[in-house]
Design a protein around this ligand. Structure first.
Ligand code: SRM
Ligand code: SF4
Length: 569
């Protein structure tokens, strides 16, 4: 390549360009009954419609031996801006998961629902019924802005209501315009061949990579604002929202042994007034559209654009595009990333019950009919359901009249059992991983509960039952459970082996760092147990586990991700 020649665009760029605004041959693929799969190219495009092709990895080898096709099915991700839905919508998701998916509902780390195991012939009907319930799946995945997150903050209802409206407005404003979604899934009218779709924000090739936005109201950082491309930190004065600190350039994904990749925490860009938020969001998205790397998908996220442009140049371009001058960021304090369990009263006099949903998986088992219990609550509930960024659930805005009934049902179905769990379990997140995730190198959702159970014996022995310690696992380094912001982070390397990371900030404001590589379960327990014991004995008053592991020299703090992440301890 000559010095002036532009780098070759990645394959996905051609695919988007030639897809006629995300249509590709999806319709034809759906009509082909000779296979339960769709083509690889269409598989890239259906992501923009909220759909991933997967196969059951538990049976993959056996089927290969029997020379059978993979057991294909699809994941559908439902967007829930701000994580809030109605009891009726909950009931619909519950029904669809039984009738069209694998009988479970997954609450994700980005406040969305996922259905797993939807077969091709059921895809269209499922998407239609999701839309009938007034939720949708467009842009739940793909190189566009995804579900806009907003912290549920049940105990700060006034400001929450305002920032929630903002998260919906941003979500709406950045939803792709293409009519392909309606055409393919909702039998919308076909666009005449002479009439082009218009995507004023995205253009024909959309963004170089996925894009994520969150809104947070301090002191709760339950949305992990620094892990996302773009964030808005609500600045509240005398109980009133006065504006937002804008953050840019966060992201978790990295690749083992590839030092050009790294997780990165977002930087503070500056302060804006509430009325400028949508304008600034659009300008940040367009700045990424114009400057993001379209030749290397491993270097295409906004975090690398910010790193490569430099924060000042990035800010200047956002100001020029939005016409908004960012002021100096205002002081704020985050105190934790966890959820506040149990009942809390909102400032509106309504009640909220936060429940622990391990791994975000809503299902019934013989000993724990969780899904049925939530369904029974949804049938009588007059408030809302709020999905949290920790994969948990809030029965929100319960009226005084209904509180006793909700409480009774929660007790009857054992939904409050989580409250007795250790602070370690209550602060755990596990990504899905096997058997559905095509990228998993190791177990996660099916593994972390078991590891926590084992670590709980030392936790109990040391009297740390009520101490919140953030532990997160993922089956690969992509970081879907935000493991690099965990005080104890486990990241899959290969079947049964994990990298162990230590030292993240409890409030989600410092990355952790690699402590040990490729550990088996027994080795993880052997490594972590003495650190927990020492923590119980030697911690300073109020000292968090992550801070302790740094103070005691287990790992060095990560200050600048680009240089510190891969540096030796
Ligand atoms: Fe994720 C890809 C699941 C949140 C970073 N993620 C995937 C896929 C779709 C695998 C694939 O591409 O084939 C996983 C589907 C598994 C399955 O069977 O369900 C998957 N991600 C999830 C969820 C369901 C994890 C969970 O257990 O809750 C979360 C869904 C969120 C949502 O509702 O939209 C989920 N993913 C995240 C997060 C956390 C967040 O955003 O707060 C991250 C890290 C933050 C970030 O984006 O940097 C994340 N997922 C990734 C990446 C790495 C991106 C990168 O920059 O390198 C991939 C792979 C990719 O994009 O190439 C990925
Ligand atoms: Fe799959 Fe990896 Fe994401 Fe876990 S972190 S869901 S294994 S892509």
């Amino acid at each position: 390549m000559s010095a002036t020649e532009a780098p070759k665009l990645s394959k996905n760029e051609d695919l988007k360009e030639n897809s006629n605004y995300l249509r590709g041959t999806i319709l034809e693929g759906l009509a082909d009954v000779s296979t339960g799969a769709i083509s690889a190219d269409d598989g890239q495009l259906t992501k923009f419609h909220g759909i991933y092709q997967q196969d059951d990895r538990d049976v993959r080898n056996e089927r290969r031996r029997q020379r059978l096709d993979k057991a294909y099915s699809f994941l559908i991700r439902v967007r829930v801006p701000g994580g809030i839905c109605t009891p009726q919508q909950w009931l619909e998701m519950d029904r669809l998961s039984d009738e069209n998916a694998n009988g479970t509902l997954k609450l994700t780390t980005r406040q969305a629902f996922q259905f797993h195991g939807v077969i091709k012939s059921n895809l269209k009907q499922t998407i239609k019924e999701i839309n009938d319930s007034l939720l949708d799946t467009i842009a739940a995945c793909g190189d566009v802005n995804r579900n806009v997150m907003c912290n549920p903050n049940p105990f700060q209802s006034d400001v929450h209501a305002e920032v929630y409206e903002l998260s919906k407005a941003i979500s709406e404003h950045l939803t792709p315009n293409t009519r392909a979604y309606h055409e393919i899934w909702l039998d919308g009218e076909k666009v005449a061949s002479t009439e082009e779709d218009v995507e004023p924000i995205y253009g024909k090739t959309y963004l170089p990579r996925k894009f994520k936005i969150v809104v947070a109201v301090p002191p709760s950082n339950d949305v992990d604002i620094f892990a996302h491309c773009l964030g808005f930190i609500a600045i509240v004065k005398d109980g009133k929202l006065v504006g937002f600190n804008v953050t840019v350039g966060g992201g978790m994904g990295m690749t083992h042994n590839n030092e050009k990749t790294y997780p990165r925490l977002a930087d503070l860009l500056g302060f804006i007034k509430p009325e400028d938020a949508v304008k600034v969001a659009e300008a940040v998205v367009i700045t990424q559209r114009e400057n993001g790397d379209r030749s290397d998908r491993k270097h295409a996220r906004l975090k690398y654009t910010v790193e490569d442009m430099g924060l000042d140049a990035f800010r200047a371009e956002v100001e020029q595009r939005s016409g908004v001058i960012l002021e100096e960021a205002k002081p704020y304090t985050f105190d934790s990333t966890g959820d506040r369990y149990g009942w809390t009263e909102g400032t509106n006099g309504k009640w909220n019950l936060t429940l622990f949903i391990e791994g975000g998986r809503v299902r019934d088992t013989e000993s724990y009919p969780m899904k049925t219990g939530l369904r029974e609550i949804a049938k009588i509930h007059d408030g809302d359901f709020r999905l949290t960024a920790n994969q948990n659930l809030i029965i929100g805005n319960v009226s005084k009249e209904k509180k006793a009934l909700v409480d009774k049902l929660a007790a009857e179905y054992g939904l409050e059992r989580g409250f007795k769990s250790s602070g370690l379990r209550l602060n755990s997140i596990a990504c899905v991983a096997l058997p559905t995730c095509g990228l998993a190198l190791a177990e996660s959702e099916r593994y972390l509960p078991e590891l926590v159970t084992e670590l709980e014996s030392v936790i109990e022995e040391c009297g740390l039952h009520d101490d919140a310690i953030v532990i997160r696992s993922t089956g690969c380094p992509n970081g879907c459970g935000r493991p690099y912001l965990a005080e104890i982070g486990l990241v899959g390397r290969s079947p049964g082996k994990y990298n162990l990371y230590l030292g993240a900030g409890f409030a989600g404001d410092r990355l952790n760092k690699l402590y040990r590589e490729s550990l088996t379960h027994d080795q993880i327990v052997a490594e972590v147990t003495p650190i927990i014991k020492r923590y119980a004995k030697e911690r300073e008053s109020g000292e968090r586990f992550g801070d302790f592991t740094i103070r005691k020299g287990y790992v060095k703090p990560v200050k600048v991700a680009k240089t510190d992440w891969w540096a030796a301890n």
